[in-house]
Ligand binder design. Structure first.
Ligand SMILES: [Zn+2]
Length: 236
């Protein structure tokens, strides 16, 4: 056997020894795509003369990414890291392309009057009635979809519980509504409406760095809890 051949075999053996470990590590890593809503010319709702929804959502998403870090089993990817225009279709496409495990869009709410306040979480909604009509492949599609919706609801429950201390007794609940583009996502996906820019108290809080950091902490905690409790009450 030549030295060259010897080295070649050694390289293959080393690859075979280390490959399963690499695959296992990758499989245990969860990816969350956070979408700081709006950006660039799309400012979102106004909080002050200089602060808009797009700024608050970007800051909070950035804080979550810092908080989660890169060393643990969860990694965070942001749809945008700067004040730039980004179409919703591109945000959805980014989550699909990066094979994310969870998609979270972060918004600030606005109401017609000043009285609405507090936080709410939206998920895209369960299909009704199609199981009876559909063929077996459609039934399987529905089952897969319902599993993602259930997981989205489970994540939302962590979020509601962790945000509660920041906006006490202002939980507006979990809401089922069609979310544009979410149909194309085959992963759990939710929209968080943090609080109302149209409410004086909520607006004040949303513009404070301390409160923004507290919100980021609450959401980071929710993400960690969601993955660590995954599959504990039934199949994964
Ligand atoms: Zn918004």
């Amino acid at each position: 056997m030549t030295m060259r051949l010897c080295r070649g075999i050694a390289a293959i053996l080393i690859t075979l020894i280390f490959l399963p470990a690499t695959i296992a590590t990758a499989a245990n890593k969860y990816l969350v795509v956070l979408d700081p809503a709006h950006g660039g010319s799309d400012k979102g709702v106004r909080l002050t003369n200089t602060v808009y929804e797009k700024d608050v959502t970007l800051f909070i998403a950035g804080e979550i990414r810092k908080e989660i870090g890169t060393k643990g089993p969860i990694s965070i990817k942001l749809t945008r890291t700067a004040d730039e225009d980004l179409a919703s279709s591109e945000r959805i496409q980014m989550a699909r392309a990066s094979k994310a495990d969870l998609f979270v869009a972060i918004h600030v709410n606005a109401g017609f009057g000043r009285s609405s306040s507090g936080y709410e979480v939206y998920f895209p909604g369960f299909k009704k009635g199609s199981k009876q009509q559909g063929g077996s492949s459609e039934i399987i599609d529905d089952m897969v979809r319902n599993k993602f919706l259930n997981e989205g609801v489970r994540f939302a429950q962590h979020v509601m519980r962790n945000i509660e201390p920041i906006f006490p007794r202002q939980g507006r609940g979990l809401r089922e509504a069609p979310v544009p583009g979410f149909d194309e996502l085959d992963i759990p996906a939710v929209v968080i409406e943090l609080a109302f820019a149209t409410n004086i108290e909520n607006r004040k809080k949303l513009t404070q760095k301390d409160a923004q950091k507290a919100i980021a902490e609450a959401l980071s905690k929710s993400i960690k809890e969601y993955f660590t409790t995954m599959g504990q009450s039934g199949e994964k």
